[in-house]
Design a protein around this ligand. Structure first.
Ligand code: GDP
Length: 391
């Protein structure tokens, strides 16, 4: 599937930059165009791969290239004011060669949190291709304001996109790591998961065509209907025969082929279970997911229709969904992986907790504000009100 990716804010830009690196490394061909939008000049300069002419600085009149802090209302305002400048960059994209837009942003900050939903709304008004969001939730240790920003951005972003794919920093952060080092790893995880998913069906010249191909229309159908999505992933190393064949562990055994087939099917089935029951990009209950897509990738000799069929059936039972699609994505890599897109998930305790903390933060901020107004009044005014201000 070919995407036009727009990274909004620092996290958004960095993640799109990583997608370009992934694309180069794996030749996946998913990033047809990449744009970064930010109100902070330094963040745009820090990007590595997004072409200079596709880096758009907004809000110069208001914040002079210094960013909006964590003020996402200001982020939304300047995005609206300068939407034409963003559109100019998008005008240079051959949108007829693109299957969908992907607007990427961290929802806890200011520029991306406020701006990404504004851009999604704008794109949906102009283009007929789907507009998806990739929204990153902040860690719970980032504090109340980030949580409040994320809760408000999430509500707005979901409403404005055709589907919001969510990644939760909180369930992926590791203790004892520097923030930057942590993000490096997290961004790699984001790119791998979404890369395999969107990469399915983008078969390059000379590459093998999958037995049961996943094409972009299946990804689009899985995401259609809107709502929130999460992605599960699991992989297992396998031996690659440089000649292209299978280096069987059972060579020399007469029953080798049968055993290999059974082994392949079992491996796939257990990978599917691990992917669905392991850590999701957004932790949630998979039961009740409206639609799902299973993508099995790896050397073609390690993929089989029976395994995919079994994995699909199992997913149908676990989710209770009648719309579970599946297919393979042959790649000459020394691993077999299962990526599962669960779309239309609604049982997400993490979001409910986020909203509670956000409401508490909102109340606290209001209390502190009115308290500090009172305190200032008390400080400035003399007790008996005997003094007069000058004017
Ligand atoms: P903005 O530039 O004002 O949009 O704000 P940032 O993008 O810097 O930060 C918004 C949120 O994104 C933060 O609260 C973090 O939760 C998250 N974040 C920042 N940088 C990264 C990153 O490189 N990767 C990931 N996964 N999250 C990030």
């Amino acid at each position: 599937m070919k995407l036009a990716m727009i990274g909004f804010g620092q996290a958004g830009g960095k993640i799109v930059d990583r997608f370009l690196e992934y694309d180069e490394r794996t030749n996946s061909g998913i990033v047809r165009a990449a744009v970064a939008v930010n109100s902070a000049k330094a963040d745009l300069m820090g990007l590595e791969r997004i072409p200079q002419e596709n880096r758009v600085l907004i809000g110069q009149a208001r914040v002079k290239g210094h960013g909006v802090g964590a003020d996402n209302e200001l982020g939304a305002e300047i995005a609206e004011e300068d939407i034409d400048e963003v559109q100019n960059a998008i005008d240079a994209i051959p949108t007829h060669e693109v299957d969908a837009f992907l607007v990427v942003a961290g929802m806890g900050g200011g520029t991306g949190s406020g701006g990404a939903p504004v851009l999604a709304k704008h794109l949906k008004r102009i283009y007929t291709i789907p507009v998806y969001g990739l929204g990153v939730l902040p860690g719970t240790d980032e504090g109340g304001i980030y949580t409040l920003n994320a809760a408000r951005s999430f509500q707005t972003f979901v409403r404005e996109v055709d589907n919001l794919l969510v990644f939760d920093n909180d369930s992926w952060r590791q203790t004892g790591e520097s923030v930057e080092g942590g993000y490096e790893k997290i961004n790699e995880e984001i790119v791998r998961r979404f890369g395999v998913l969107f990469g399915a069906g983008e078969v390059g010249d000379g590459e093998e065509v999958a037995e049961s191909v996943v094409d972009s229309s299946e990804i689009i159908n899985t995401l259609s209907g809107g709502g929130v999505s999460t992605v599960g992933y699991a992989s297992e190393e396998v031996e690659l025969n440089t000649g292209g064949g299978l280096l069987s562990r059972f060579t020399g055994d007469d029953a080798g082929d049968d055993l290999d087939a059974a082994n392949t099917t079992n491996r796939i089935t257990s990978l599917v279970r691990k992917a669905a029951l392991g850590r999701l990009t957004l932790p949630c209950e998979i039961e009740g997911a409206e639609r799902a897509l299973l993508v099995l990738s790896g050397p073609s000799e390690y993929l089989n229709r029976k395994g995919i069929e079994r994995g699909r059936k199992w997913l149908e039972e676990e989710t209770g969904s009648m719309e579970v699609r599946g297919g393979d994505f042959p790649r000459e890599e020394p691993e077999v992986s299962a990526a599962i897109l669960l779309s239309g998930v609604t049982d997400v305790p993490r979001i409910k907790r986020l909203q509670q903390v956000a409401i508490e933060a909102q109340d606290n901020i209001e209390d502190i504000q009115s308290e500090s107004e009172e305190n200032l009044e008390e400080l400035v005014e003399d007790d008996e009100d005997e003094l007069e201000p000058l004017f």
